[in-house]
Design a protein. Sequence first.
Length: 198
Amino acid sequence: MLGIAIAALAVLGAGLPAHAAKPAKRAPACPPVTVRDSTKAAMAVFSGTVTDSQRSDRTDGQPGALYDQTVTVDLVYQGKIDTETVTVQTDRNKVACSLGALAVGTEYMFFVTGTGDPWVAGGTSGTRISNETVVAQVVRLLGEGKPTTVPPPEPAQFTPVSTGDPRSFSRLAAPGAALVLVGLLGLLVVRGVSRRSP
């Protein structure tokens, strides 16, 4: 009797759907963005190498994290950047397209928005690892890149000098002329005395 019951349960169990373990939820893949569209939406376009990446928790209620990358700027193609290093913020969002942390030591072509404190590279910004193809496309659209704009040096400080009238040449030469005149008179006197001597 027990054997019949076990067999019946086995038959019923075979008809039930199997419940597989749910895979971990991953962020949606970012759609491809053309370089042309990226340049149109960006406030600044530049190439640079990531030298550091710092993670912090999100404060907007979204699941994930924020990453502040220190970037050494190579060439600027669009926008005003006047420092050799900038901060670029990316994010990891478990429910939306995002870039996550960028690879330290890797050169990227950045298409960013924001004020520069920091610059922001979203998942659809088009920010990507730099290569010859990407650089060629950017140059074709924006022209040759330039180094960062260095602020002009502070103006030189000049010490004011006296603006009084310069002494005339005659006034400067008078002492010397007087000495010459005295010398000539002395010479004449000596010659006169020598002529009178027997």
